[in-house]
Each structure stands twice: as C-alpha cells, then as structure tokens.
Write a protein that binds this ligand. Structure first.
Ligand SMILES: *Cc1c(COP(=O)(O)O)cnc(C)c1O
Length: 241
C-alpha cells in the first residue's frame, strides 16, 4: 500500500512512535488493572494542531478526534472532508449557546455539556437525518471555582433532564480534574467520577461512558475505569501558540 504523503511531512515524523507509545501505555494499564482489551478508546486531542496532524493520525489508523474550539474544528472538518472513513468528531471544550446549531450539525459527540439550556438547544437543533448526538456531562469533580462543569450534587437532576431529550443520547460523564501529584492522588478524582456514574445508574440512569484521563494521568484514569482517554500533548507534542 502506498504511504500517504502526509506521513513523509517532517512535522509528523515523531507521530508513529508517539502513537505507538500511547497505545502501549493504554494496553499496559489495561493489563495491570484488569480492564478487558478494547474497553478503553483513544480520543486524539487535536486542538490548535493543524488539520494535517489529524490527516497523519488518521493515516495511522486513528478515527476519533477531540477539538475545543468550534470554529477551529469546523475549518478542519472542511479541510479534511475527503478523509475516508470520515473522522469522528468530539467537542471537548466549553460550548456557548450561540454555537449549538453548528455543533449539533457537525459533531458526533459532545463531552462538555454542563447545563440544561445547552442540552435542549443541541437536541432541538440535531438534524433529523443524523443519529442522535452522543453526549457526556462535564462534572466539576475537583470543585474548582474556575472550572466548567456541573457540580456532583446537581448531576442527577441534570442527567435525568438530559436523558429525556429526544435527539441526544446521554452516555456518561467527563471530568478534567485539578492537576494532582502522584499516582494515588491522580486516581482519587477519577474514582470519584466513576463512583458518581455508578450512583446515577443506581438511580435509574443507564450510563456506560467515563471520559477521563489526559497525557499526564492516563494510567490513573484507566485504573479507575476510563472508557475514553483524551490525549493531546503525548501524541502531537507541545501545542503551537
Ligand atoms: C487539551 C485537552 C486535553 C488533552 O490534554 P493533554 O494534556 O495535552 O493530553 C484533554 N481534555 C481536554 C478537555 C482538553 O482541553
């Protein structure tokens, strides 16, 4: 098979090794913590990286890409419209009400829903011909003032409301814990998110997805049950700008 030209671009010469190393970290953590193979998926976080970086990761077999900024993501989608199979697009950044329509039209997943008004708009605006939008609720698991996310206390009410929206499929919870020193400290926030999802499920919800773990705490997240790890720096290197 011909090597796609983007893989001879010197900007991405490290990508094959970095990708292999991230998959090895995931596989080793799964083996160590008793997670069946294939239960953790890689979301390649491509924010601020050029569209060509996504093209390169796609050529190496990756399909799921996470973006934080709506307009930047839409520009990349246009530039990458020729990719087959098409990339699966995940919004992982904060979402303003005035951007919900384009997000409902263009994305497959939104991990960062943290209030009902946004969820209602996404449901109303999801095109009829597309599958329901997959969503996670972003939880402010570390209780930081500055962070987006619903509080753990308010999560059940929000989850019940979002689960009832016809054009969304509520899949689970997402968190960006405060940075923590050391493996045990990292595990704690992830364990809290997993416990919260379990608690919601005992209240009648049917959630199956924990979106947690980034470059620095992937193993701790896998140990506590992550289904998506969202990896940027470890794949693409330091972000430009
Ligand atoms: C940037 C970002 C990531 C990736 O972080 P890295 O440390 O570069 O792996 C994951 N999740 C969210 C929500 C982000 O904004």
């Amino acid at each position: 098979m011909a090597i796609p030209p983007v893989l001879s671009d010197p900007r991405f010469s490290d990508l094959p090794a970095r990708l292999q190393s991230v998959h090895a970290r995931m596989d080793e953590a799964c083996a160590l913590y008793g997670r069946p193979a294939g239960t953790v998926q890689l979301l390649c976080v491509s924010k601020t990286q050029p569209a060509a970086a996504i093209r390169a990761a796609h050529a190496l077999g990756e399909r799921h890409f996470g973006e934080n900024y709506v307009q930047e993501a839409l520009d990349k989608m246009t530039e990458l419209a020729d990719l087959q199979p098409p990339p699966i697009w995940h919004l992982i950044g904060p979402l303003q009400a005035n951007k919900t329509r384009v997000v409902a039209e263009a994305f497959d997943w939104v991990h960062s829903v943290d209030r009902l008004r946004i969820a209602e708009r996404l449901s109303n605006q999801r095109p009829a011909e597309r599958a329901p939008l997959q969503v996670c609720l972003q939880v402010n698991i570390s209780g930081e003032d500055s962070k987006h996310g619903v509080s753990p206390q308010d999560c059940l009410d929000l989850a019940n409301s979002v689960a009832a929206l016809p054009r969304l499929r509520l899949r689970g919870l997402m968190a960006i814990p405060a940075p923590a020193e050391g493996f045990e400290a990292q595990r704690q926030a992830h364990r809290q998110l997993a416990a919260l999802m379990h608690a919601l499920n005992t209240q009648g919800l049917q959630l199956d997805t924990l979106s947690m773990g980034m470059s620095a705490d992937l193993e701790a997240a896998v140990a506590e049950g992550a289904h998506w790890v969202r990896i940027g720096t470890a794949l693409f290197g330091a972000r430009p700008g």
